[in-house]
Design a protein around this ligand. Structure first.
Ligand code: 13P
Length: 341
């Protein structure tokens, strides 16, 4: 293996090191505005820096968080004293990652479906991000379940783009997180979620193979196999855990460096419970961990927003607690009682 490939494998393994997961704070400008609006904070560049740097400077966070996914603005930001945020992350032992897709756009000819854009000029952008300190990247595709969707065309177009992105990342010495999110929105049942997730993952790994992507230097960010959020009779924790593990075993090659989950609208503790239940099943070929956005930040954001200056330390403790709970869940060692302490 060349030095470059070895380095990719090393980074990928560090991202899913035992008991550690990834903090997703790569909300696009529109999404972070929505989150700030929800807690009554003005969405200015200064406030975004204040909030995100508060999280990243949490003492001890690196014990449970291997890396954080940043947005383009954040990877360039400096603290008021001139220290780049990325430097603070390096000191805290948290790998900087970067969201590089430019969003999911309507897929022409397929009503209600989306394809993720951002391949044009990606080689040059990745080179710049590598200069800025990025060790890994993220690209999110969105698959929607509904009447007669997803279509084969949507699954294949997204898988193709994900693989092209992943190949460009590895060429740049950056580990790709490939994220084909099957949305929880809708009233579909667990079996439908299973079938769509399986088809999506099989298409993705076919494309990754065809486009020469090295799986040992790739991390999959998956959605769990779960009932739709509006389904009548939603599957319980053990059913979700077993269906997700079965689906992944069917579709994800053992060579893949690791799998991290998105939270996708699940509650904080719900996302932890599901991850823990999967790891309690055990005997899996890859580490199963977390890359939560909302399920890590929700409570922290609320605490911080109530008094951004006064509650800084308290908000950091709230984040650290959630990170620690998920770190335990990544080992299958979490218990509901741990939530109290
Ligand atoms: P959620 O955990 O809030 O779904 O966000 C994770 C993410 O990065 C989606 O791309």
């Amino acid at each position: 293996m060349t030095d470059k490939l070895e380095q990719l494998v090393e980074i990928a393994q560090a991202m899913v090191a035992p008991g550690k997961g990834i903090l997703a704070i790569d909300e696009s400008s529109g999404t972070i505005k929505k989150r700030f609006d929800g807690v009554g904070v003005e969405c200015t560049e200064a406030n975004r820096l204040d909030y995100r740097s508060m999280m990243l400077t949490t003492e001890g966070l690196g014990q449970f968080i291997s890396g954080a996914i940043l947005f383009d603005e954040t990877i360039r930001q400096k603290m008021p004293d001139g220290t780049p945020l990325v430097k603070l992350m390096e000191q805290a032992g948290i790998l900087p990652g970067i969201k590089v897709d430019t969003g999911a756009k309507p897929l022409a000819g397929f009503e209600g479906e989306k394809v993720t854009e951002g391949l044009d000029g990606l080689r040059e952008r990745l080179a710049e991000y590598a200069e800025l300190g990025a060790k890994f990247a993220k690209w999110r595709a969105v698959i929607t379940i509904g009447d007669d969707i997803p279509s084969r065309a949507c699954i294949d177009a997204n898988a193709h783009a994900l693989a092209r992105y992943a190949a460009l990342c590895q060429e740049a010495g950056i580990v790709p997180i490939v994220e084909p999110e099957v949305l929880m929105d809708g009233d579909h049942d667990l079996d439908t979620s299973f079938d769509v997730t399986e088809a999506t993952l099989k298409a993705l790994f076919t494309q990754l193979y065809e486009q020469n992507v090295m799986l040992e230097g790739t991390v999959l960010k998956a959605s769990m196999v779960i009932s739709g959020s509006d389904a009548d009779d939603r599957a319980d924790v053990d059913e979700v855990a077993q269906a997700t593990v079965d689906c992944l075993l069917n579709a994800v090659p053992a060579a893949t460096a690791g799998i991290v989950f998105l939270s996708g609208g699940q509650g904080d503790v719900e996302a932890t419970t599901h991850l823990d239940a999967m790891n309690k099943i055990g005997d899996l070929p890859w580490p199963l961990s977390f890359s939560y956005g909302r399920a890590l930040q929700q409570a922290c954001l609320k605490t911080w927003a109530a008094d951004p200056k006064g509650n800084r330390a308290e908000a950091q403790q709230v984040l650290l607690h959630r990170a620690r709970m998920n770190g335990m869940a990544a080992l299958g060692e979490w218990d509901q009682d741990d939530e109290r302490g």
